[in-house]
Every structure is written in C-alpha cells, then in structure tokens.
Design a protein around this ligand. Structure first.
Ligand SMILES: Cc1cc2nc3c(=O)[nH]c(=O)nc-3n(C[C@H](O)[C@H](O)[C@H](O)COP(=O)(O)OP(=O)(O)OC[C@H]3O[C@@H](n4cnc5c(N)ncnc54)[C@H](O)[C@@H]3O)c2cc1C
Length: 385
C-alpha cells in the first residue's frame, strides 16, 4: 500500500481553495503577464502563507511538512505558487536572526498578510552564482546605511512591502574569508521605491514578476540590519534549506500534474483506432515519470523530516531539490510529447506548466551547483572553484 500523504486535512482544504482558480484564470494571467493577486489574497486570508510563523507571532506555527503540503497541492492543481511562496519562508531570516523589536514589529503583520515580505535580493548581474562577489555596497552614515548597487532577477518586489537585501558592508579584499563582510538589510519598499530604489520589470519566458533593481544612495536605517553586521551570508545560507525543500515540494506537485494530465489524455486520445495509451511507447514514459517522481518525493519527505526534527539537512535539501526538479522536468517533457501537437496549444496548459517548471533547473540554485556541493561536501572530491 502506498504511504498516505502527510497533512491530509491541509491538502483537502488547499485543493478546495484552488478550485476557485481554474486553469483559465492561470492562462489569462500568464498571457497578460499579470500578478495573480486574487489567488494570493485568498491564500493569505485562509492563513496558508503564515503556516511557518510561530503562534507567538500570530502565525499557524505548523511544520515544514505542512508548508510542503500546501505548495505541492497548489502546483498539482495547475496553479503557480511561485507568486507568493517566498511569503512563507523569507520571514525565516527575520525569525531566526532578527532582534525582538524587529520580530514584534513585523512578524504579526506578516502573519496577518497586512505586510508582504516576499522579495529577497541576492543575485547581481556581475556575480551570478558566485554570491561572495556581490558589489552592492552599504556604507554606514550615522544611524543609516547608504546603499548603492544593482540586483537582477529579484522577484515579486512590485508585490511586496518589505525586501531582504544582501549587501557588502566590508569589501571582499578586507575580510579573512570571502563569505564574511556581507549583511542583510530589511528594506521597506514603500519608502525606498523612488527614493534611491528603481524597480524595472524584466520580461521572461514565464509569468514570474521578476525585476531588475537599481540602487543609488538608498538610505536604510541601521535599525533594519538583521542580526550582526558582516554575517549576512550565513543568515542567507541558513534560510536556503527551507527554500529548497519547499521548492522541491512544488516540483513534486508539478510532476504529478503532468502525470495526471498525460495519463488522462493517453486514455482518451484515439489514433489508429485505439487509445494512444495502449502503446507501450506512450505508457512507459508515463510510468517512468511516475517512478521518478515517487522516488524524488521520498527524498523530499526525508529532507523535510530532518528539517522539522532540527537535524542537519543541507545535503538532503539539495538532493531533494535536484531530484524533484529533474522529475518535474522529465514529466513535463513526457506530458508535452504525450499530447502531440495539442501540447503546444495554450488551451491545454501543458506548455505553460512546462515553462514554469523549467525554472527549477536554474533557480533558486542551479543543478550544477548542487552537484558540485554533493561532489565536494558529501563525497570529498576536490573543489573546482
Ligand atoms: C525567474 C527567475 C526568478 C528569480 N528570482 C530570484 C529572486 O527573487 N532573488 C534572487 O536573489 N535571485 C533570483 N533569481 C536568480 C537565480 O537564483 C539565479 O539565476 C541563479 O542562481 C543562477 O545565477 P545566474 O543566472 O547568474 O547564472 P550564472 O551564475 O551566470 O551561471 C550560468 C550557468 O553556469 C553554471 N555555472 C556557474 N558556475 C559554475 C561552475 N563553477 N561549475 C559548473 N557550472 C557552473 C550555472 O549552473 C548556470 O547553469 C531568479 C532567477 C530567475 C530566472
């Protein structure tokens, strides 16, 4: 007997909510490159974006398994949780490293949805994956930092009130380790935009509300420094396990959507006088995608259990992300192939989900960087960079 999925009551409720946002809703938003604000509001009102915020700060205080269940079901319904998934986990940096005043000030409002903290600015045009080479610089001026620099691919900034920004507070060549000398600032976007921060939407192959940021002498109060100056890289790394596991759960949801749709279509579409699904050339790729997805889901569950048990889970989070992203991408390709020409038409939604799930080979961390981490940290092979 297959193991029952965790948090069945959460899954059922999310499925019901997603029924109010049918495929046409997502298709229209995708075509217009519009933000699915109504969906995000419905999730917020139902409390699903605050599941990870402790009850002491008015959140639901649930575990990562519950958050995974929410995101997996969203993706499996055909929706795209990327519009707001970061509202679930970006606050983790504030929760773990912020001071009491910051937590009291922001977390209850993030939990209620009065404030959105679903933007984080790490990536820069000239540094890419090599985060320690970021150039965005924050210089101390009395009780403010003055920040200048540039960021790229920063998502949801236009739909967020707050943003976590990774900056250099000490130049790379003045610290003993390149990972030191970076800091995390909480930027109030309601004040910053137009006062040192310019946000320029970036057109991409998917509807992801991603932007470029141009930062010129932006003043951020020192009170908005999260944790200690110079330790920001460690704080960002610290939040990555949750992000990777949650995105892996989304990939599992995507993969299951592709498998559901391919199976249904293969059973219905008749060519040469019988359903195409009768041919093993169609059956086997669907079966293989199912096998690959179930195996990946086991690793996502393992990473999640370790995380919820406060155990080290860096490698498992990486492996879960890699396996789940590979499973969803393989399932996407299989589903498109199963649909033949109709897979390319907009009304079947396969091409939209195909574009959406492709992202997870690259973001939030690319497949190569995960393999490099496993090779050097788990297997002890020499580092190539
Ligand atoms: C739609 C979208 C949304 C995003 N949202 C955010 C966001 O909200 N906030 C944020 O900070 N960032 C965001 N990102 C950025 C994302 O995290 C980066 O794109 C990703 O980390 C890769 O960085 P890069 O694009 O600069 O690629 P590069 O670092 O230039 O790498 C290019 C390719 O080379 C490979 N590569 C690089 N170095 C090595 C090596 N040593 N060995 C082998 N292969 C290597 C990479 O794996 C990649 O495939 C987003 C990106 C996209 C596309």
């Amino acid at each position: 007997m297959p193991e029952e999925p965790s948090h069945p009551e959460v899954r059922d409720a999310v499925k019901r909510l997603c029924k109010d946002f049918p495929d046409k809703y997502w298709r229209d938003k995708d075509r217009a490159k519009a933000y699915p604000g109504e969906f995000v509001q419905a999730l917020t009102d139902a409390g699903y974006l605050s599941v990870l915020i402790p009850e002491a700060y008015d959140g639901a205080g649930m575990d990562l398994g519950a958050a995974c269940a929410v995101l997996e079901e969203i993706q499996r319904s055909g929706a795209n949780g990327a519009a707001c998934h970061a509202q679930m986990y970006t606050m983790g940096t504030l929760l773990r490293h912020g001071n009491d005043a910051q937590k009291q000030k922001y977390l209850p409002q993030i939990a209620s949805g009065a404030l959105r903290l679903q933007a984080f600015g790490v990536t820069e045009p000239s540094s890419g994956t090599d985060t320690t080479r970021i150039k965005t610089r924050a210089l101390r001026d009395g009780d403010h930092y003055v920040v200048s620099g540039q960021k790229v691919f920063i998502s949801r900034v236009e739909h967020s009130d707050l943003m976590l920004l990774l900056v250099r507070t000490t130049p790379r060549d003045e610290v003993d380790k390149p990972t030191r000398g970076m800091s995390v600032l909480l930027v109030d976007l309601r004040e910053a935009v137009g006062n040192g921060l310019t946000v320029r939407p970036l057109e991409t192959m998917l509807n992801h509300a991603t932007t470029e940021l141009f930062i010129d002498q932006l003043r951020v109060p020192v009170d908005n420094l999260i944790g200690e100056e110079g330790k920001g890289f460690a704080y960002i790394l610290d939040g990555m396990n949750a992000e990777r596991i949650l995105i892996a759960a989304e990939c599992i949801g995507d993969a299951r959507w592709f498998i559901d749709h391919a199976t249904r279509y293969a059973g219905e579409r008749e060519v040469f006088g019988s359903p195409i699904g009768k041919n093993q050339g169609i059956q086997f790729p669907i079966a293989r995608a199912h096998v690959q997805t179930e195996a990946a889901a086991l690793m996502v569950d393992k990473a999640c259990r370790l995380f919820d048990g406060d155990e080290a889970c860096g490698s498992e989070a990486n492996m879960a992300k890699l396996l789940a992203a590979d499973a969803s991408w393989a399932a996407a390709d299989m589903c498109l192939q199963t649909h033949g020409g109709y897979g390319f038409t907009i009304e079947y939604d396969v091409e939209r989900k195909f574009r959406e799930t492709r992202l997870y080979q690259v973001a939030p961390i690319s497949t190569n960087l995960i393999l490099s981490n496993i090779a050097t940290h788990v297997l002890g092979l020499p580092k190539s960079f």
